[in-house]
Design a protein around this ligand. Structure first.
Ligand code: 13P
Length: 253
């Protein structure tokens, strides 16, 4: 059985006061309302990680970061390393989000190094891939996403790969309110899983959780999550509202 996961990616949002309130609300609602074995994760801005982790305490809601450095330590002003996250017992980190690729020039080679750092630190990376609109329109989206997966992950051993969570996030669906249809999501998740199977074999590929991201909302989550290869979601805007986010978590059955 693959782990079911719904992760919120807060991106660069919320004041410290609002972050504490949102965390408290999510924690309370998840405790009261979420019964299944879905894992809930909040990927929050760096400065809030330590305190929100403490606030969550023994809650089933877990905390994650949104990025980390390819370096361990040293003169890299403004960067945060996987070893720092490890030392704070932060279990998850998003890597390769399309916004990092687009605005910060992150490419497959860099992401492969970051993946290695997170695994060496015993963190679970949530590795993002997904095509831009022009790629989808040109019909080369499968090729591109397979390449993204290959560039960042195919150097790993099967045992290392099993520690990765993948998030398919079509760029044209991020923050646009234009979600992929359940059929489009399922197709791409199956493409990714088949590609993993081509290198690692089906039993390994079948163990990897693949999340869908891109305008997931409470009213479309259930349909997306009912697809056989969709193991949960990576949620941006809708993770900033506790009621909406927890309703999405509850849609993952
Ligand atoms: P939205 O849910 O706001 O479209 O963002 C998706 C995303 O980028 C999550 O990482």
């Amino acid at each position: 059985m693959r782990q079911k996961i719904v992760a919120g990616n807060w991106k660069m949002n919320k004041t410290w006061e609002d972050a504490k309130i949102l965390t408290a609300e999510v924690m309370g609602m998840v405790a009261d309302e979420v019964k299944g074995n879905v894992k809930t994760i909040l990927c929050v801005p760096f400065p809030y990680l330590g305190s929100l982790k403490n606030q969550l305490g023994s809650s089933t809601v877990k905390i994650g970061a949104q990025n980390c450095s390819e370096h361990d330590w040293g003169a890299y002003t403004g960067e945060v390393s996987a070893l720092m996250l490890k030392s704070m017992e932060i279990p998850y980190v998003i890597l390769g989000h399309s916004e990092r690729r687009q605005y910060f020039g992150e490419d497959g080679k860099l992401l492969a190094r970051k993946i290695d750092k997170t695994l060496a630190a015993n963190l679970t990376p949530i590795f993002c891939c997904g095509e831009q609109l022009e790629i989808r329109e040109a019909g080369t989206h499968e090729k591109l996403v397979k390449q993204q997966v290959e560039d960042a992950l195919f150097h790993l051993s099967a045992d290392a790969l099993k520690k990765i969570v993948i998030a398919y996030e079509p760029v044209w669906a991020i923050g646009t309110g234009k979600t992929a249809s359940a059929q489009q999501a399922q197709e791409m998740h199956a493409v990714i899983r088949k590609h993993l199977a081509s290198k690692y074999g089906a039993p390994v590929a079948n163990e990897i959780s693949i999340l869908y991201g891109g305008s997931v909302k409470a009213d479309n989550a259930q349909e997306l999550f009912s697809c056989p290869d969709v193991d949960g979601g990576l949620v941006g805007g809708a993770s900033l509202k506790s009621r909406e986010f927890v309703d999405i978590v509850k849609a993952m059955k």
